[in-house]
Design a protein around this ligand. Structure first.
Ligand code: S3P
Length: 177
């Protein structure tokens, strides 16, 4: 059990926090979407358009199953935790940290993003509905939940690192800090 998985809705700060945590904890950082883009040679909108969402979801599960066995931080895509199989793999191979952001903050960050097909095809109301529906899965997947509203990146990283250090003795097999 060596990995720290960051889960949460699109725009909850998984990559921004993941990169900083990587520096703070001296663990390499990977972005699942970027790994899939690299392997497929297509952007996320291209994968959705040419191969379909089901195919993309298969690639996400494949990534979780095959990704190298090393101490690292992985920012997952916002849809990864919907699958029970994915939640199980993540919980069995690492610590799962949920970045629990308010929908108003998420909307501000993502609503103009052309690289997120789910945002592109949804109205604000539909996206909020999806957010509420998925929140249960993130909570269900998580060992640690960090509320991000009103907190600076620095505060979130400090708190997340503290919780990871507190739990990693039990879950990752390293001495407690
Ligand atoms: C998705 C989230 C995206 C990306 C894809 C689908 C989702 O990742 O995997 O566009 O279903 O929520 P981010 O959470 O990094 O935006």
């Amino acid at each position: 059990m060596k990995k720290v998985y960051l889960v949460g809705f699109m725009g909850s700060g998984k990559s921004a926090i993941g990169r900083r945590l990587s520096y703070f904890l001296r663990m390499p950082y990977y972005d699942m979407d970027k790994e899939i883009i690299r392997r497929e040679g297509l952007t996320i909108p291209e994968i959705f358009e040419q191969k379909g969402e089901v195919y993309f979801r298969q690639k996400e599960t494949q990534f979780l199953k095959e990704f190298r066995d090393e101490f690292c931080i992985i920012a997952t895509g916002g849809g990864v935790s919907i699958s029970e199989e994915n939640r199980k793999i993540m919980r069995q191979t690492g610590l799962v940290l949920f970045l629990d952001a308010a929908f108003s903050d998420i909307w501000k960050r993502v609503h103009r993003d052309k690289n997120r097909p789910i945002v592109q095809k949804s109205t604000k109301e539909e996206l909020e509905e999806l957010y509420l529906k998925r929140r249960k899965y993130y909570l269900n997947a998580a060992h640690i939940t960090v509320r991000t509203e009103g907190r600076s990146l620095r505060q979130i990283v400090d708190y997340a690192a503290f919780q990871i250090n507190r739990l990693k003795g039990d879950h990752i097999g390293v001495e407690k800090a």
